[in-house]
Design a protein around this ligand. Structure first.
Ligand SMILES: [Zn+2]
Length: 126
């Protein structure tokens, strides 16, 4: 189990969680400002893969130069650096963030795709 510590990177925590859990096919468990990653099957989660996924997220959000990734034991800390354009780039992802999810009112299942939610909802009507 790997812990990703976002105490200093709360602005990107939610998006980061979704991206990392998705690319690793891992189960994220939220714990205050951190999230834990547990594998869905018995395969062990590789710390390097988590770091790679975090890097991938930062790059896609144009924030690679604004954050540093600090691995320590089974914890990976994401910390902000004072980089140029940081605020601008953060504003950009929170714009996208404003309504990223469709949520199932029955069970809280969340998805970015309306179509997927519609399909998901069917399981509640069987
Ligand atoms: Zn549901």
């Amino acid at each position: 189990m790997i812990t990703v510590d976002c105490s200093y990177a709360l602005a990107i925590k939610d998006k980061l969680l979704v991206h990392v859990a998705d690319s690793l096919k891992a189960l994220p468990i939220l714990k205050h400002d951190k999230f834990l990653l547990d594998s869905l099957d018995d395969a062990k989660i590789d710390k390097l893969d988590v770091i790679k996924a975090i890097e991938g997220f930062l790059e896609s959000a144009n924030l690679r130069k604004n954050f540093q990734i600090i691995p320590k034991g089974n914890t990976i800390r994401v910390e902000p650096l004072d980089g140029a354009d940081m605020k601008e780039n953060l504003d950009k992802i929170s714009d996208v963030n404003r309504n990223p999810f469709f949520e199932c009112t029955h069970c809280g299942f969340m998805t970015q795709y309306e179509e997927e939610l519609r399909t998901h909802r069917l399981i509640h009507y069987i």
